[in-house]
Design a protein around this ligand. Structure first.
Ligand code: VGL
Ligand code: ZN
Length: 198
């Protein structure tokens, strides 16, 4: 068994002061850095959207941020503009231990589709390539931390479990957006998929 720590979207825009700030998002940087020493591998994900991305409310005239629309791939929450490719807000939190990362994988870079999960875009079909990387390295036990608990962490953990990895989430090293009960829904979805919540 080889174990990987997958650190989801620890970017400035998801921390206090950022465009899509998650309450307490910056509080988990220290704990995440400390966890890195316990794993054979560390992978970081980076939300990385073009300016015309379909998940941005301001690309849908008249639409409110945090409302939901129906895309051909399913429901899509419309978010405040965040993590625009090359922007300061798309950068990692300045205190995150980047040197420890073996791989940085970007997601959400296609204008017409979002990607909460580190494994598949929101059509649940288009792979990011992360599963192949982990399998090639024999990393079969995955622990997820980062932002946001109820979106990118949960979707990644559920997909990893469906792909056959052994999966845990260290909840104290996550923070949730909690939009319309999404935190509890995410916990139920993760448990149903066989994810261990620690
Ligand atoms: C995320 C909303 C939009 C996340 C990313 O990292 O959880 N949430 N983009
Ligand atoms: Zn995003």
């Amino acid at each position: 068994m080889a174990r990987a720590l997958i650190v989801i979207d620890m970017q400035k825009d998801f921390c206090p002061g950022g465009a899509l700030a998650v309450t307490g998002g910056d509080e988990i940087v220290g704990p995440i850095n400390a966890l890195m020493a316990d794993f054979e591998a560390v992978v970081l994900t980076q939300d990385w959207h073009p300016a015309d991305h379909t998940s941005f409310a301001d690309n849908h005239p008249g639409a409110e941020a945090f409302s939901s629309i129906e895309m051909d791939y399913g429901p899509q929450v419309l978010w405040p503009r965040h993590c625009v490719i090359g922007s300061d807000g798309a950068g990692f939190h300045p205190d995150l231990a980047l040197d420890r990362a073996d791989l940085v994988i970007r997601k959400g870079f296609r204008a017409g589709i979002d990607s909460y999960s580190a494994f598949f875009e929101n059509d649940h079909a288009t792979p990011t390539g992360l599963a192949g990387y982990l399998r090639d390295r024999g990393l079969n036990e995955l622990t997820f931390v980062g932002l946001a608990h109820d979106f990118c962490v949960a979707w990644s953990a559920v997909d990893a479990a469906k792909l056959g990895f052994s999966v845990g989430v260290i909840e104290e090293a996550t923070r949730a957006i909690d939009l319309n009960g999404s935190r509890n829904a995410a916990r139920a979805n993760m448990r149903a998929a066989g994810v261990i919540l620690r």
